[in-house]
Design a protein around this ligand. Structure first.
Ligand SMILES: *[C@@H]1O[C@H](CO)[C@@H](O)[C@H](O)[C@H]1NC(C)=O
Length: 237
């Protein structure tokens, strides 16, 4: 019995508020719109950052420098060594014994990169340190006809990325060159070397046939005749 007067009172209050609220509502929205229009829209544009682009400015710097806010890809913790970079295309100039190597940055904070190169079971040779914007480097002094393993290493204040895939690749004899920090590099023999080799084989064959001919005639003229004579002499005795 007490409930119904209460409800009625509530209804009365509500109805009395409604006519007051209705004329207020459009004004409120207008005020809100006026307040919101000068505010910039939420940043939903990704930054112009390509992890494979050579001399790519770090994304954090793009964010700070840009006129509008943009989004950067997430990075692993700076308290951990970087993830391995991904080694990409290797452009070989076998005649000059050099190769141009490309790679892509990992999703990690990186201070510097360097290349590791080793031949067969030899000790890895470490290339010079390259700053974090670099994604391309040149290898020189590659021996034609040789096989190498090439790895790219990323480093930050805490440590360096692993190249364990190279070990696995070497042991198992398999590896996807499109993923991971390492790749095998087979330097084709120089075309000039092939020509030289062909000329060498040709010369050797020519010499061999000459000596065979010489040996043949020598055997006939100097060695063959006395032996025949000796045979006859023996028969005659
Ligand atoms: C990084 O190294 C490249 C190539 O040596 C150079 O052009 C560039 O100016 C360097 N960038 C910084 C920030 O040191």
């Amino acid at each position: 019995m007490l409930g119904s007067p209460c409800r009625l009172w509530l209804l009365a209050v509500t109805f009395s508020l409604v006519p007051r609220a209705q004329p207020l509502a459009p004004q409120d929205f207008e005020e809100e719109e006026e307040n919101e229009t000068p505010r910039p829209p939420l940043p939903v544009v990704p930054c112009d950052y390509d992890r494979c682009r050579h001399l790519q400015v770090p994304c954090q710097e793009l964010q700070q420098a840009g006129p509008t806010a943009c989004l950067c890809p997430g990075l692993s913790s700076p308290a951990q060594p970087p993830d391995p970079p991904r080694l990409g295309e290797v452009h070989m100039v076998a005649e000059e014994g050099r190769a141009v190597v490309h790679w892509c940055a990992p999703s990690s904070p990186v201070n510097q990169y360097w290349l590791l190169l080793w031949e067969g079971s030899g000790a890895p040779r470490k290339g010079p340190a390259l700053n974090s914007t670099v994604r391309r480097a040149e290898l020189k002094g590659l021996k034609p006809g040789s096989a190498y393993v090439l790895c790219v290493v990323a480093a930050n204040d805490v440590g360096e990325s692993s190249v364990t895939q190279a070990g696995r690749e070497r042991r198992e004899g398999v590896g996807d060159p499109n993923f991971g920090p390492c790749s095998r590099l087979a330097v084709p023999p120089r075309p000039l070397t092939l020509v030289h080799a062909a000329m060498g084989v040709g010369t050797a064959l020519a010499l061999l046939s000459c000596s065979a001919l010489v040996w043949h005639f020598c055997l006939r003229q100097h060695c063959g005749c006395p032996r025949r004579g000796a045979t006859r002499a023996t028969a005659g005795l």
